[in-house]
Design a protein around this ligand. Structure first.
Ligand SMILES: Cc1cc2nc3c(=O)[nH]c(=O)nc-3n(C[C@H](O)[C@H](O)[C@H](O)COP(=O)(O)O)c2cc1C
Length: 182
């Protein structure tokens, strides 16, 4: 079945992250994103696509820092709260009943309930019509201890990362598979 070309993200299942930022006055903001990707191991770069009207972009322009909180299955039910367009400086973390935790290398807070976090500072951005591709330089990264299977491997069956399929459809309960490599 062919789709119209603008629907192409729907054929790619994408990890859901909640990006936290702060305003100039230090008030936290959180929003879910699924148009996102690691960009390179070395240098450590991470990127995501953000509508230019979003408070997330406004805050990143103000102070150049953000935290990428990797969402697990239990955050799925809170997506409708986190994606609500509350007035500027109305904190979605509080609306969703989530917990702010101090980050290690940047001022915006982490979300305690996330399974992993990537702390970034703005490296570069590209304006793409009404979206901005935001590239962050990674300053600190971590996975909750209970979701660390062995050095360098996340326990996906325990962590249950949340993935976005389309609209209100998500993929959960991932199974691990190990295949031979060349
Ligand atoms: C699962 C999910 C994925 C989303 N992915 C994106 C995305 O990749 N880019 C984007 O601009 N908006 C995305 N959104 C919409 C924003 O999260 C939403 O518009 C939010 O209100 C923006 O918040 P802000 O103004 O506080 O930054 C997504 C929403 C959901 C629920």
């Amino acid at each position: 079945m062919e789709l119209e070309k603008g629907a192409y993200p729907k054929v790619l299942v994408r990890p859901v992250v909640v990006v936290t930022t702060i305003s100039e006055r230090g008030i936290a903001n959180a929003a879910p994103f699924s148009l996102n990707s690691p960009m390179s191991f070395e240098p450590p770069l991470y990127g995501f696509s953000c509508n230019s009207e979003h408070d997330t972009w406004k805050n990143i322009q103000a102070n150049g820092e953000f935290v990428v909180n990797v969402a697990g299955k239990e955050l799925g039910a809170l997506m409708h709260v986190l994606e609500t367009d509350y007035p500027y400086e109305d904190n979605e973390i509080a609306h969703a009943g989530l917990t702010e935790e101090k980050a290690k290398a940047v001022k915006p807070p982490r979300i305690k309930e996330a399974i992993a976090w990537i702390e970034c500072k703005l490296e570069k951005y590209v304006e793409l019509d009404d979206h901005i591709w935001i590239t962050g330089s990674v300053l600190a990264v971590g996975v909750k201890d209970e979701f660390w299977k062995e050095p360098g491997v996340m326990d996906v069956e325990k962590a249950k990362p949340l993935c976005h399929v389309a609209g209100e459809f998500f993929a959960v309960d991932m199974k691990e598979a190990k295949y031979k490599r060349a």
